[in-house]
Ligand binder design. Structure first.
Ligand code: GTP
Ligand code: MG
Length: 233
């Protein structure tokens, strides 16, 4: 019997001013599992781009700010590569997630048990101070609202997630900033994809918070997330 060919798994890391974290994130990714690590430097003023390239990632620049925009840029790059992966993994560049947990997210997709796997911090262990109380509450509220309006069982909007490439192409992602994570989850439900939450651990980020640790980021993200829930009704 022929051995099953190695699955093609590519990783997208949006990063804005993460020069002290992104290299470690790349280093901790299980290299035997993935074919390419793509870091999108979103207009950083530090050495995020150089650090990512030096650590062995494909470094791209997206000058227009926005979390979703950076992720879209990574997807566009994959699409233009002409060979399509089996699975795409998204992970933040701030070293809050544990890249070594990647097999937990990817395996259910390779086994055909899921199309989208969310790394849930609500089900895992969080280091004290790794999430603000507003962030924990916001994620709880957003997942409750999704349950009410879309009948889903998500427990988190965690950034660390894996999705079958075919499914990712099908759901036609469009949000350019804070609505990115919830849009993917809502569209997965609407497209009747099989989704699953697996527990992931979470630690304090390295470097300066841009979203949940700032008042502006929390308010903008909160509004955008609620808006997105109603937008797709
Ligand atoms: N592409 C892009 N990425 C961003 C932007 N702002 C933040 N990021 C990245 O998105 C990820 C999440 O941002 P964080 O600042 O960690 O936000 P958070 O996880 O809600 O909060 P903390 O981890 O507590 O700071 C990190 O990898 C950031 O580098 C942005 O404008 N564009
Ligand atoms: Mg973070």
């Amino acid at each position: 019997m022929q051995p099953a060919s190695k699955p093609d798994i590519r990783v997208i890391i949006p990063a804005f001013n993460e020069q002290n974290a992104v290299g470690l994130v790349i280093e901790e990714i299980p290299k035997d599992l993935v074919s390419e690590i793509i870091v999108i430097d979103n207009g950083s003023s530090d050495n995020t781009f150089e650090t990512a390239a030096k650590a062995g990632a494909t470094a791209l620049r997206e000058p227009v700010k926005g979390y979703g925009r950076a992720c879209l840029k990574g997807m566009e790059y994959i699409h233009e590569s002409g060979t399509f992966p089996d699975v795409v993994v998204f992970i933040d560049g701030d070293h809050s997630d544990f890249p070594k947990e990647m097999p937990k997210l990817v395996t259910p997709i390779l086994n055909g048990k899921a199309d989208l796997v969310i790394g849930s911090r609500a089900l895992g262990k969080k280091e004290r101070g790794s999430m603000t109380p507003q962030q924990v509450f916001g994620n709880w509220l957003a997942t409750r609202l999704m349950k009410i309006f879309y009948g889903t069982s998500y427990t988190d909007l965690g950034p660390f997630r894996a999705i079958r490439y075919e499914s990712l192409s099908k759901i036609n992602m469009e949000d350019t900033n804070y609505g990115w994570t919830i849009e993917m989850q809502i569209k997965a439900a609407k497209h009747k994809l099989k989704f699953l939450d697996v527990p992931v651990n979470y630690r304090r980020r390295i470097g300066v918070s841009k979203v949940s640790g700032t008042v502006k980021g929390t308010i903008l993200a909160g509004f955008k997330i609620i808006y997105t829930i109603f937008k797709y009704l």
